[in-house]
Design a protein around this ligand. Structure first.
Ligand code: WTA
Length: 647
């Protein structure tokens, strides 16, 4: 690993929201007296009823409970919009850049207010009340943000489903959260293609399990016609045509849910991670302020999708709570060609760019072409999120995209953490390429051995957090037991992240990746169990085992071992059909990279698949399989090695 050091520039030392000395003082304060520190940060927001109690949290096994600001009341939409109106109504809240490079839009805070209020009134007219769940399945257009904020305004709980997910995945989420309304668009656009969003919703609604949905509100984004169900469907523009542009924000308790976001775990179906109103918004605002050092003149671009937590916290809630100008990009960095990212930076004079290593690696593979046709001199800060950034990709991002002038904030966090936990801060942290560096204010990471001991000093182990922070997820929707089990049962009184990490002599953290059965494919979280259950639903598949393997661009690729059902003939067409099956059943993201058919899987005598062996073979490291003597039938290993696909 690279150990070169990139010190804080003199300019940032004096101009950033925090400097080295201040960080020490603030960090110390934040961990020694979290109540006082977070009470102070709580003042970033406007409260309808001020809080008097700050922190009330326990990580106790089997009864974890996390509450922040619990007697306070506020409204997230008010905080993201209304309070900016007296001074900044005409400031641009959202810059939208279309998939089509000639399409863009600027939305002021005033316009944002009016659009959000109209939709909020429309939702109320259709019977959506405080606490009701609303699924949002939208393209990357401002209306996706309007929909989120309209829900927040009336106290409805939104659950955004990534526009790349299949009807099956939508149906599961509708059923799990009991959604009353779905907000979607007739079509989306991505990389020059139309995405049939409404069609996918229709398919999801064919199932009996989705009968809870009473209304589908459809934004007409393209002129292409879509199927229409007179009973349930209603056009957004018709619903809102006569709605007032004023809507009183509902007073929410700080601990009322703001949203549910589904994410993959190591077992079973994706879980509905629940974030509440007060703590989440304080944390989103505080981290966005310090990590991105956002100033009034900045143009801030987080190139994520609103379907992921990064989009929630750092496209919508964090920047808007801070009155920033947030850029929302509908397309992909390789369309119409690989120069797009730089061109967007120039076109909108982006000063802060936050993207993912997988995008960087995809561009890096194209040599210098991605940085041709743009100057990118407006950039002053870069960010990275989603997976470990390898030092080569870091260097390319730093030198080519940032022209060696902008430090990279490598931010480590998770859907469950609500916001960034380990990160450099501009003006504070000297950078080491590949390291997420140091904990954010109030965050207390630790490394654990597999025997459950805390490791001190330079060490490598499982990453835990020992005390709560306001942005932490409060529960798994409808299954608090699963929340306890997943995060608090591994180590006593600690939040277990599922990640491994190394701490170096300077106390810097280097995230090494998941230590559980969760894959990280192009920065997207996928559970091996989820993919396996989709595979075995195919008639030709008797058994399936899924593992990750190192992939140059995606970070991790998906390697699948399949046992066919009796009498199945293995053909290239069948392999292709299985791949298509998973794409359509789950999502194109989950599409297997390699499919190896086999007559057996390496199992222990008790029938447990030894994934360690499968991972080694998938990584083409079959010479280091370790002990295979406990296998029920060691001979399957030779067959697996001989037929391995990754050579
Ligand atoms: C990984 C995304 C290394 C990690 C915000 C984590 C990272 C999972 C980084 C969460 C980073 C995220 N360095 N690994 N900077 N950021 N990860 O829930 O394995 O989609 O557990 O949240 O992504 O993914 P999620």
């Amino acid at each position: 690993m690279s150990q070169s050091l990139y010190p804080v520039s003199d300019a940032l030392k004096s101009s950033a929201h925090a400097n080295k000395e201040e960080y020490q003082r603030l960090y110390q304060w934040s961990v020694e007296d979290p109540e006082a520190f977070w009470a102070e940060q709580g003042k970033r927001l406007d409260w309808i009823v001020p809080f008097s109690q700050v922190k009330n949290c326990s990580f106790a096994k089997d009864k974890a409970s996390v509450k922040w600001y619990e007697d306070g009341q506020l409204n997230a939409s008010y905080n993201c919009i209304d309070r900016h109106l007296p001074d900044n109504a005409q400031r641009t809240a959202i810059i939208w850049e279309g998939d089509d490079p000639t399409a863009d839009k600027h939305i002021t805070y005033r316009q944002l207010h009016d659009e959000v209020c109209k939709l909020a009134n429309g939702l109320k007219q259709r019977g959506v009340n405080k606490g009701d769940r609303v699924i949002i399945y939208m393209p990357m257009i401002p209306e996706a943000a309007y929909a989120m904020l309209a829900c927040a305004r009336i106290g409805a709980v939104h659950s955004v489903v990534f526009g790349g997910f299949s009807p099956h995945a939508i149906a599961d989420r509708i059923q799990d959260c009991g959604a009353k309304v779905i907000i979607t668009a007739n079509f989306g656009r991505r990389g020059g293609n139309q995405v049939a969003l409404k069609d996918n919703v229709d398919k999801a609604l064919l199932k009996d399990t989705t009968a809870c949905v009473e209304k589908v509100i459809v934004f007409k984004f393209t002129d292409s016609p879509c199927h229409w169900n007179e009973q349930k469907d209603e056009w957004w523009h018709e619903l809102t045509a006569n709605c007032a542009a004023q809507c009183e924000p509902v007073a929410m308790s700080a601990e009322d849910p703001l949203f549910i976001l589904y994410t993959s775990g190591s077992t079973g179906q994706p879980k509905g991670v629940v974030h509440t109103t007060g703590g989440y918004l304080v944390y989103a605002s505080t981290t966005h302020h310090y990590v991105f050092d956002n100033k009034p003149d900045d143009i801030y671009w987080c190139a994520a999708d609103v379907g992921w937590i990064t989009g929630h916290t750092y496209i919508v809630y964090g920047p808007l709570a801070n009155g920033a100008t947030t850029l929302m990009f509908e397309g992909v960095p390789t369309y119409p060609d690989v120069r797009r990212m730089g061109q967007i930076v120039d076109k909108h004079q982006v000063s802060i760019l936050y993207t993912a290593p997988t995008a960087i690696r995809a561009l890096m593979a194209k040599g210098d072409e991605p940085v041709q046709g743009s100057v990118r001199d407006s950039l002053r800060l870069l960010g990275s999120v989603g997976e470990p950034i390898n030092p080569e990709a870091w260097q390319w991002y730093y030198q080519k995209i940032g022209k060696s002038q902008s430090p990279i904030m490598d931010t480590w966090w998770q859907t469950e953490t609500g916001g960034i936990l380990i990160t450099p801060l501009p003006g504070v942290t000297d950078l080491k390429p590949g390291s997420a560096t140091l904990p954010f204010f109030g965050v207390t990471p630790a490394l654990m051995s597999s025997e459950g001991e805390i490791l001190e000093g330079e060490a490598e182990g499982n990453l835990v957090i020992t005390s709560s922070w306001p942005g932490q997820a409060r529960t798994v929707w409808g299954d608090h037991e699963r929340y306890n089990q997943t995060y608090f049962s591994t180590y006593e009184n600690m939040y277990f992240t599922g990640d491994g990490a190394r701490r170096d002599a300077d106390g810097y953290y280097w995230i090494t990746g998941r230590v559980d059965d969760v894959l990280n494919v192009s920065g997207h979280r996928l559970g091996t169990a989820e993919i396996e259950s989709s595979l075995v639903a195919h008639p030709a598949v008797a058994e399936a085992a899924v593992v990750g393997y190192p992939h140059d661009i995606k970070g991790q690729g998906i390697y699948v071992y399949l046992l066919p059902t009796d009498g199945t003939e293995i053909t290239p067409e069948l392999t292709k059909a299985v791949r298509t099956w998973v794409r359509e059943d789950l999502s194109p993201i989950a599409s297997p990279d390699m499919i190896q058919w086999t007559t057996g899987l390496p199992k222990t005598r008790s029938g447990k698949i030894m994934r360690r062996i499968l991972r080694k073979i998938a990584a083409n490291e079959y010479e280091q399989l370790g002990d295979t003597s406990t296998l029920a039938d060691p001979s399957v290993v030779d067959e697996l090695i001989n037929n391995r696909l990754n050579r």
